[in-house]
Design a protein around this ligand. Structure first.
Ligand SMILES: CC(C)(COP(=O)(O)OP(=O)(O)OC[C@H]1O[C@@H](n2cnc3c(N)ncnc32)[C@H](O)[C@@H]1OP(=O)(O)O)[C@@H](O)C(=O)NCCC(=O)NCCS
Length: 194
């Protein structure tokens, strides 16, 4: 139940390993790819290794986690990542090297990961995106996630003002259940007409 290997038509989704540091560096160093993410682009291999240790190796020690490297099937070289967190929000996140955008790769990966977490009994996933990053919202919609609400946050560590849109997909339990913690923690929240 920790990042089980998944295959789709074009992709293999698997764990990152210590042999993937060059691939991870290429994903994490790009300013544009990392603009809407809660970290700064990495500058060198040392920072990449620290990122891997803190955000991947630690998760692989847990009994259950979903922290995937997205690889093209014929190359098995990570070009992106996709995660579902095990905290209550079950946040769903992803990123892909720019050269591979506009081919439906993240949507294809997302379908497989969602099928897996549903099979494993997660009750729902949520995902949030910066209003200025609608491309990410398009992925959420294509995966069947429902827009629930928007909220403002002075976002760390970048210390910038962000309006986030929150999407959710329920698997079990009440069909109309909405995860409200982001709404509750933000003074300014609204349901937009999208
Ligand atoms: C957001 C992001 C993950 C989208 O990646 P992507 O692989 O291009 O997204 P999709 O899977 O939705 O692909 C959709 C595009 O592929 C095209 N496409 C081509 N073949 C396709 C296929 N077989 N199936 C679906 N779409 C296909 C679509 O027309 C669409 O084109 P468009 O981007 O010009 O509108 C990517 O831009 C990214 O990594 N951004 C930076 C990181 C980030 O913002 N992460 C999210 C933070 S909340």
């Amino acid at each position: 139940m920790n990042t089980p290997i998944l295959e789709t038509e074009r992709l293999i989704l698997r764990k990152f390993t210590e042999a993937d540091m060059e691939a991870l560096f290429l994903i994490l160093k790009d300013e544009e790819v990392n603009r809407f993410l809660p970290w700064y682009p990495v500058k060198n291999m040392a920072e990449t290794k620290t990122f891997y240790k803190e955000r991947y190796a630690e998760k692989y020690k847990q009994p259950q986690a979903y922290a995937y490297a997205i690889c093209l099937k014929n190359e098995n070289f990570p070009i992106g990542y996709m995660n579902v967190e095990m905290e209550e929000h079950h946040d769903f996140g992803y990123g892909l090297r720019k050269e591979f955008w506009h081919q439906g790769i993240v949507t294809e990966a997302g379908k497989a990961v969602i099928e897996q977490v549903k099979k494993d009994g997660l009750p729902y996933i949520t995902a949030t995106h910066d209003k200025n990053n609608p491309r990410s919202g398009n992925v959420m919609k294509k995966l069947g996630m429902q827009y629930c609400y928007s909220y403002e946050e002075q976002w760390q560590p970048k210390d910038i003002f962000v309006i986030f849109r929150m999407y959710q997909l329920n698997f079990y339990g009440t069909a109309d259940f909405v995860y409200k913690k982001y709404w509750d923690h933000s003074e300014h929240h609204v349901i937009e007409e999208l």
